[in-house]
Design a protein around this ligand. Sequence first.
Ligand code: GLN
Length: 537
Amino acid sequence: MPKYIFVGGGVMSGIGKGVATASIGRILKSKGFKVTAIKIDPYINVDAGTMNPVEHGEVFVTDDGVECDQDVGNYERFLDEDIYTDNYLTTGRVYQAVINRERNLGYNGRCVEVVPDIPNEVISIIKKAGKKVKAEFILIEIGGTVGEYQNMLFLEAARMLKLQHPKDVLFILVSYLPIPKLLGEMKTKPTQYAVRTLNSAGIQPDIILARSLIALDEPRKKKISNFCNVSIKDIISAPDIKSIYEIPINFEKENLGNRILKRFGLEPKKSDLKEWKGLVKNIKKPRKKVKIGIVGKYFETGKFTLMDSYISVIEAIKHAAYSLGAKHEIVWLSAEKYEKKPRSIVELKKFDGIIVPGGFGNRGVEGKIKTIEFCRKQKIPFLGLCLGMQLAVVEFARNVCGIKNAHSREFSKKCEPVIDVMPEQKVLLSEKKYGGTMRLGAYKCKIKPRTKSSGAYRSLNISERHRHRYELNNDYRGILEQNGLIMAGINPQKDLVEIIEIPNHPFFVATQFHPEFKSRPLKPHPLFKEFIEASLN
Ligand code: GLN
């Protein structure tokens, strides 16, 4: 019988529930257990593919092609395990499954009700996800905070599962303890209210992870323990720290792993976090610095800069930098600025390397093309990702091949479409079938020998994850190649160009796929590693 650990949030969102969930997973894995993690996103959207990244953060893509919440990326990175479709649930997805079954007479003519049929569906998806990978521990993170109308049915599922398997279900509350400047004291009251709200949903937390600016002291632990009805040993202090990768180690200092085992009536077990500790050591003692600019557009929200839209790109840069003993500095550069003030582009010279990441829509496109031209001519290491690759092709076609009117069909109907919509996508777009219909998930790619890519991967057969509707137009392949563009990676099934390179340049590689989704802290992605290495030189 697998063990289920639900993780919910109290007080406010954005306090690192996802990373906490992933860290618990890492700890249990380090004790020799098979672990998987599930994200519940209470939106009506069937998946994250239709959500604006500025609002919801990055859309992460799994091998089997589900467009999901960025926390799934955290799970994969911390667990170093692949995560699949059933590990991502939204309200929309659950309702869709129930309604489809109802239409097929799957409920044998009885009345189908929100309770218990929706929570039951949630439970059955959770069990299926666990079974697929034979998990001994299944972590289920419920998005948002307790008390929100949106996640009630998911809390109901947790309550019902515990009723069915009283010894196999645990509830962890990740809460926040503010220290108002005016008072200068850490306050526990919001957490007390969060626990009461959880109680009113029929759930008593077993463990509380207390997030705060600094570590919890004894009086605070006692207070929470008393008022929230949780053993003092199960109040885990989770102060802010510099690197998220330290979190599993910090949790283990508070003995979290064995507390979890104890609550399940299991014997304590030693955790092996040796490799993980090595990683943290590298993070803390960098020997050099690398400054990377990311030219994009999904990071401005009012007066704030949001990094969530490019989280996997950022993590991939970090993994590569750590493995090379370097400290990263990432600077956000607005593509639109280079359209409005073209001369400001010279600021790119200050960077060791430039990334143009993925994106959709017209805004900032010409600024990105200018960026790419500058990197090509000034020999600044450049990595293009998805849209970044498509625009690198446009730039090359315009400025090297002399096809002045070259563009991607996404942005211009009357251009020389060096990047064109894939035939099957044309039909989908005309029927407005946008959700979950891009070219998604893992596809094979054959690498050309003696290229930067073959050197990086040390293999000629790879598989990478995709999310796009447009592709390099094979009608222009000849002219692009004649002018020196290297088609360094090809999808063998459909003969699609997946990687391009420019020779006689320290590093100019761009990919139609998203390598960032497969980078892991202990296994940095080869292309990112090669890019950072070139940037360090
Ligand atoms: N908008 C482009 C396409 O749909 C690129 C997508 C991306 O960067 N993920 O093909």
